[in-house]
Write a protein of this length. Sequence first.
Lengths: 113, 114
Amino acid sequence: KAGVTQTPRYLIKTRGQQVTLSCSPISGHRSVSWYQQTPGQGLQFLFEYFSETQRNKGNFPGRFSGRQFSNSRSEMNVSTLELGDSALYLCASSLGFSYNEQFFGPGTRLTVL
Amino acid sequence: AQSVAQPEDQVNVAEGNPLTVKCTYSVSGNPYLFWYVQYPNRGLQFLLKYITGDNLVKGSYGFEAEFNKSQTSFHLKKPSALVSDSALYFCAVRDMKNFNKFYFGSGTKLNVKP
């Protein structure tokens, strides 16, 4: 079974631009979560989607948004990029129940110049 | 308030010795607890989880963890460390009383020396 895939793997943007990251979950998984990983802040939860609905959301500004499609694929968008948005963005999928473990993708490394 | 804490940034252990990576949590209700490992330049991998039942859970690569409700802890253990266990370890908790949000600890870097 194929794992979680994320595209692109690396991205360089400049301040003020916007970016869209994509995540394809494991087949059969209905939940997709997004995390931001930085050396200083660690792993921080962005949001979780289940069956195309945002199920919960972390403490990030409205510049960070996401959506999930009917095939469970998910996209995350960051508008008006800031230098502090430079991070590894991880996507994780699960079957969707609270007790299910999450399976992580390799991440997208975003650098904002 | 922090929902999950890993008090040690780094743990050093000699190969063949037992290892412990500590984790405490502070969510109300019965928690769902998880351990993940991140090897250099690779994504996070699931190791084990506690949902209910036996307090000692066994996971991948010979790791196990003990759930202690009175101490609100979920320490990761392995009887005999390998150099290949060197990685970054994350404890995570699903907060059932807070919209089922997933919280990760800050991570503990495990160094196993030959």
